[in-house]
Design a protein around this ligand. Structure first.
Ligand SMILES: [Zn+2]
Ligand SMILES: [Zn+2]
Length: 308
């Protein structure tokens, strides 16, 4: 039963992938966009009052930034659903804030002279946000992405699909990396790389042509397909808009600060080790020169071993 269900999903994914090849841009990005829409459309159409859905959204504190704005922008009938879901979440936020406010320190203590709230209370408050589960749309779309990449790698052995894919814009750079990871043992992987290479080369030529026609000597020449190559290269390189996240918050708040002392400590330990090793090496060299005997390193350790 499970196998049949799995193969049905794969067949559906194949059909969607074939269609996506004809829609311009990276077909995997296109599928992810369509999948996002279908997921949110179904959720707002029939699951807003479903207890399980509300619990999932409560644990994830709603949607991620992109999927929340995607809903606002693209799902015209979602306004009431958004109001219901976010009323719940906002009520929880108000409760948490009120709880925190009651924990204000009455006066500064000698232990924490700068503290207005007990550090543990602030930590508890911020931890609740840090420990929220992932956006459910992101989880779903990531699963669909993986499935689409598997289908792609498998279907390249089908001449009909191969022809469709060869006519498409090909994969964006990040999805090519993912396809290589997913299909690293696929016999069709070299074909995929060849198609991608041809796509990128063609685009590189169009970019060169675009640049050339900005020279006043050739500015009178009519524009061809290269006219929008500067836009297409952005999509080809980073994927479609709102598919891959930005990197502003890829490192969590505070982590650079918390990482520094550990890094400095390790650097200091390594330098100390290196200095003492160098000092002993000099001593050993002097001894060696004096005694003409090979030096031995303690515990068999080489003094110039790299830092840990
Ligand atoms: Zn893509
Ligand atoms: Zn999301």
């Amino acid at each position: 039963m499970l196998n049949r269900q799995h193969s049905t999903e794969k067949s559906l994914a194949y059909l969607q992938l074939t269609e996506a090849c004809q829609l311009g841009g990276c077909p995997i990005c296109t599928l992810m966009h369509q999948s996002t829409f279908r997921f949110l459309d179904a959720l707002f159409y029939e699951s807003v009052t479903d207890v399980g859905t509300r619990m999932t959204l409560w644990r994830s504190r709603g949607f991620c930034n992109w999927h929340a704005w995607f809903t606002v922008r693209e799902l015209m009938g979602s306004a009431q659903g958004i109001a219901i879901i976010y009323h719940d979440l906002l009520s929880q936020e108000i409760e948490d804030l009120q709880k925190l406010l009651t924990q204000q320190l009455p006066r500064r203590t000698s232990l924490f002279p700068q503290a207005i709230f007990p550090p543990a209370a602030l930590e508890r408050f911020t931890r609740r946000w840090r420990q929220k589960t992932r956006c459910p749309v992101c989880i779903w779309v990531q699963w669909e992405e993986r499935c689409a990449l598997e289908v792609l790698c498998h279907s390249l052995g089908n001449p009909v699909f191969l022809a469709d894919f060869s006519r498409s814009a090909g994969l964006c750079v990040p999805h090519l990396r993912q396809a290589i990871l997913v299909g690293q043992s696929s016999p069709h992987l070299p074909r995929l790389l060849e198609i991608q290479c041809t796509r990128y080369q063609r685009l590189a030529e169009e970019l060169k042509e675009f640049d050339r026609k900005h020279d006043y000597r050739f500015a009178h020449e009519p524009w061809g397909s290269e006219s929008n190559s500067w836009r297409r290269v952005v999509e080809q390189f980073v994927g479609k808009r709102e598919i891959f996240g930005n990197e502003v918050h890829s490192a969590s708040l505070g982590s650079p600060v918390s990482r520094w002392p550990r890094f400095l400590l390790r650097l200091w330990q390594w330098m100390k080790k290196k200095w003492s090793a160098e000092a002993s090496l000099v001593e050993e060299a002097i001894d060696l020169g004096q005694n003409n005997q090979p030096a031995e390193y303690p515990h068999g350790e080489h003094p110039y071993s790299p830092p840990p």
